[in-house]
Design a binder for this molecule. Structure first.
Ligand code: SAM
Length: 194
């Protein structure tokens, strides 16, 4: 099985990903991942939307599984056995847009996880001088994180990275940015960082 990162937005497929997809005869992915890879999927290739993530392990060995962004960042790479083809992640794009050094990043996933624990980890990392990159889900409330941080802490909400609707809103914990959509990550850093 091959697990292919398709990038977090349009136009981010790597040449390696395109090469793997050229030879694919059986592809699985979420609707968003399939849309991002659509132009590289050859005609005649069987394409299936993923309905149950628990069944992915039993796919045949020649299956190519698409993962949005990079498969190893809260993606399918750690759930499945097989070769991982890296992709351009929301982490890379967000830090590029904000011109923040990746070497200072502390990655926290709140996606489908306990949000209180994620917020507690974010507070610790910011205190340590790290730039927190938080993978959110639609239920994540930026205001809850902001209320627990020193008011001068910078907070950015990065929405729809790579899409025409991309929006980067930067504020502070005292005056946190508002989000408009459901596809977003949160980046937060204290005065000492970066
Ligand atoms: C299951 S995780 C997958 C992350 C992906 N593997 C990556 O490398 O970016 C899904 C979450 O990643 C973030 N995300 C993925 N693509 C994004 C984008 N284009 N813009 C903003 N956030 C994105 C959002 O927090 C979303 O809820």
């Amino acid at each position: 099985m091959k697990i292919v990162g398709v990038g977090c937005g349009p136009g981010m497929l790597t040449a390696d990903a395109v090469r793997v997809l050229e030879d694919a005869t059986l592809v699985y992915g979420s609707a968003r991942a399939i849309a991002l890879a659509r132009d590289a999927i050859p005609p005649g290739c069987e394409v299936h939307g993923i309905t149950d993530y628990r069944n992915l392990r039993s796919l045949p060995g020649h299956a190519v599984v698409l993962s949005t962004g990079d498969p190893m960042l809260a993606g399918l790479g750690s759930l499945l056995e097989g070769e991982v083809i890296p992709g351009i992640s929301s982490l890379q794009v967000a830090f590029a847009r904000l011109r923040l050094p990746l070497a200072r990043a502390a990655v926290i996933s709140a996606h489908g996880k306990d949000h209180d624990r994620a917020v507690a980890s974010a507070l610790e990392e910011i205190e340590r001088g790290r730039v927190v990159f938080l993978i959110a889900d639609p239920g994540f409330e930026v205001e809850v994180l902001a209320a627990l941080l020193p008011p001068a802490t910078r907070i950015a909400i990065c929405e729809d990275l790579g899409y025409p609707t991309e929006r980067i809103a930067v504020g502070t914990a005292g005056e946190p940015p508002l989000r408009r959509g459901d596809l977003f990550v949160v980046v937060a850093w204290g005065e000492a960082a970066p």
